[in-house]
Design a protein. Structure first.
Length: 108
């Protein structure tokens, strides 16, 4: 569980800079949305980490799972703030990259 805690902290640490880059602000809203999204997918991320480590899940399958699970519904607050869909798509891609990098960096 210590590894997952570190992964979550790494993701949450990267969100403010990503929000600033994609939206020019909305850091609080973005952080809250991503915390919600990560916490609702924590069990899945733990499973994926285990599968990646033991080789039963490929990196491309992992990327597919991330894209499937981290949808824009967790970012409803940002939509309500009037953030354009293209900005939300760029933010989502950035979040997926944060998650991928955080998880893959723990695998030897």
């Amino acid at each position: 569980m210590e590894t997952i805690t570190g992964i979550v902290q790494s993701i949450e640490k990267g969100v403010p800079q990503l929000a600033q880059s994609c939206f020019g602000g909305f850091i609080k809203e973005a952080s809250q949305s991503i915390q919600s999204c990560v916490s609702s997918n924590l069990d899945k991320m733990t499973t994926w980490l285990s599968q990646l480590t033991n080789g039963t899940l490929s990196k491309s399958d992992f990327n597919f799972l991330l894209n499937s699970e981290l949808d824009l519904s967790a970012m409803e607050v940002l939509k309500e703030k009037g953030i354009a869909e293209i900005q939300l798509d760029n933010f989502k891609k950035g979040v997926i990259s944060l998650v991928e990098n955080a998880i893959l960096s723990t695998i030897p």
